[in-house]
Design a protein around this ligand. Structure first.
Ligand SMILES: [Fe+2]
Ligand SMILES: [Fe+2]
Length: 135
């Protein structure tokens, strides 16, 4: 069973590019969650790196959009992104150094972050960006 499922009601921002990225992100996280149940380290490492690269790209997309449109909560929003990326960077480094394993607790931590961040933080830029003509 999938760890996390995108629905418009729970996660829709009404901004096409970020809604699409969130769905891709969920797919990648679900794949990593399945691998974390017992796949070999190389497969887990490849998926972990791809997921983190995509998170970096996704945050950059949101930050570019918000900054370009003068979104008032830009700084607080970016600070949440930065904090997660610091955590992810630490996990990635330790994993590749052989000091830490990726488990379903790790993927559940990321899921919990998304389940809080998207509805409580991302979904607030939707109406603002829509009002600036971004859809
Ligand atoms: Fe997002
Ligand atoms: Fe965000």
């Amino acid at each position: 069973m999938a760890l996390i499922t995108w629905t418009k009601d729970q996660f829709g921002t009404n901004v096409n590019v970020t809604d699409e990225q969130h769905q891709l992100l969920f797919n990648m996280l679900n794949e990593l969650h399945d691998l974390a149940a017992g796949a070999d380290r190389a497969a887990i490492g490849n998926k972990l790196d791809a997921l983190i690269n995509f998170v970096v790209e996704h945050f950059a997309t949101e930050e570019r959009l918000m900054k370009h449109q003068g979104y008032p909560d830009f700084d607080a929003h970016k600070a949440e992104h930065t904090k997660l990326l610091e955590t992810c960077g630490g996990v990635q480094k330790k994993f590749h150094a052989g000091e830490l394993d990726i488990t379903q607790e790790t993927t559940t931590f990321v899921k919990d972050w998304l389940v809080s961040h998207i509805p409580n933080v991302d979904m607030h830029y939707g109406p603002y960006l829509n009002s600036k003509g971004v859809s």
